[in-house]
Design a protein around this ligand. Structure first.
Ligand code: 7TS
Length: 413
């Protein structure tokens, strides 16, 4: 076991009330499904609770104390997001419902304006359906060509093929920063630099990167970045789209309604300033405040410390899983990987693995993890996936391994 643990995980765990629960009497929860959604610290739950108990009012409207407080809290959450990802301004932070909506916003508002029949969009074979289906819908409507950066057998993007695809003069390169199945961390800065060399715009699906390591949109020169609060210790119901200012300025609104307008006449309207142009209707106010609080929490722990700890834990996970006869882990070596381990156990369906693990309190996910094409590529109907975050311990890895041995005993494999 590694000896250089940089986080006081036992202390951090006290911040997450749910981690103290038992799945059934005498069986404590071992939560290894943070890639689907993370758990929430007490400070986030309290921030949302306080808002409803003290300040609840709609924003950007009433001139009364509560409305002003709510607006200030909501906008201060936007400032925190901007700072967290090093956005040059909070105006470039659009609140959405989640990563999926952020990507759809770009495909509707930017894609419908700027992509034309015959244009090429480059994606990768490791995309979550939310960075695949919006482009398929647009491709069908606009007669676009979708090309895919292949995944190598060891779970990395084939950048040589990417280089040759760029010669097709794509208009957009949209890719995941970190795979939710393989755990692969893709070299975003290099992918973006090459795309820009060929005049393409880039969209990063940051659903799995922003929660786990420091992402600096200016350093990597991102054009669009999408992510969800619920995977980074924040609540469900709120996500973020970051965009370069000129791109957001030139995009038409995504949805029409209150708040996204400056003036409305019976036959016309003028859109509001950024970012309100893209936030029609009453937004998820308490959830934005929860996201701001989650950012405070992650920042207080330290994103570099979180990334380093997860790296140590995934090294240990791979070492332990690989010693179990019949277990095959997919994805690259730990050097290229975040805290995700998808695996199969020979002779047992992943759903059965997951069910027996659950009876031991170990929560993992089984299925295609919304990445069916990637599973098809590896000829797998499904995998079992254990994923790790700042609150997971090395001893939980041991509990995972012991539970897999129990599956082996039950299935005699
Ligand atoms: N992109 C990636 C890389 C993801 O992992 C997910 C969610 C999404 C986009 C969509 O995020 P949402 O918040 O809009 O739903 N991934 C998973 C998962 O792996 N298991 O459940 C959700």
């Amino acid at each position: 076991m590694s000896t250089t643990i940089s986080l006081d995980v036992e202390r951090l765990r006290q911040d997450f009330p749910i981690l103290a629960r038992e799945v059934k009497p005498g069986v404590p929860l071992v939560y290894l499904d943070s890639t689907a959604t993370s758990q929430k610290p007490r400070s986030v739950i309290r921030a949302m609770d306080d808002f409803y108990q003290r300040s609840n009012a709609n924003i950007h409207r009433g001139i009364h104390t509560l409305a002003e407080e709510s607006t200030a809290y909501y906008e201060s959450a936007r400032e925190k997001v901007a700072e967290f990802i090093h956005s040059p301004s909070a105006r470039q932070i659009v609140f959405t419902r989640n990563t999926t909506e952020s990507i759809n916003l770009v495909s509707y508002a930017w894609g419908r304006k700027y992509l034309n029949p015959g244009d090429t969009v480059i994606l990768t074979e490791m995309e979550h359906h939310s960075n695949l289906v919006p482009w398929q819908l647009l491709a069908a409507e606009k007669n676009l060509k979708l090309e895919f950066i292949p995944v190598t057998p060891d779970g990395l993007l084939d950048l040589e093929v990417y280089d040759s695809l760029l010669r097709l003069q794509p208009r957009l390169v949209a890719f995941t920063h970190m795979s939710n199945v393989l755990g692969t961390i893709n070299p975003a800065k290099e992918i973006i630099r090459l795309a820009h060399d060929f005049g393409a715009i880039t969209l990063i699906d940051g659903a799995q990167s922003v929660p786990h390591f420091s992402v600096n949109v200016q350093d990597i020169d991102a054009d669009f970045l999408a992510f969800s609060a619920h995977k980074m210790c924040g609540p469900t119901g709120i996500g973020v789209l970051y965009g370069k200012r000129n791109l957001l300025e030139d995009m038409p609104p995504f949805m029409g309604g209150g708040d996204m307008i400056k003036r409305v006449h019976l036959h016309s309207f003028s859109p509001n300033e950024l970012p309100h142009k893209f936030e029609a209707g009453t937004p998820a106010i308490a959830e934005a405040i929860g996201l701001g609080s989650a950012i405070d929490y992650l920042t207080s722990v330290g994103m570099d410390q979180i990334a380093e700890y997860e790296h140590q834990i995934i090294e240990y996970v791979l070492e332990r899983l690989e010693e179990i006869p019949g277990v095959e882990v997919f994805g690259p070596p730990s050097k290229y990987k975040g805290g995700v381990a998808s695996f199969t156990l020979k002779g047992v369906h992943p759903h059965d693995v997951s069910q027996i693990l659950d009876s031991e309190g170990v929560a993992i996910r089984a299925g295609h993890h919304c990445a069916m094409p990637l599973h098809e590529k590896f000829n797998l109907p499904a995998t079992a996936r254990a994923s790790f975050y700042l609150y997971n311990t090395f001893s939980e890895v041991d509990q995972l391994v012991n539970a897999i041995y129990k599956v082996k005993t039950i299935f005699r494999v």
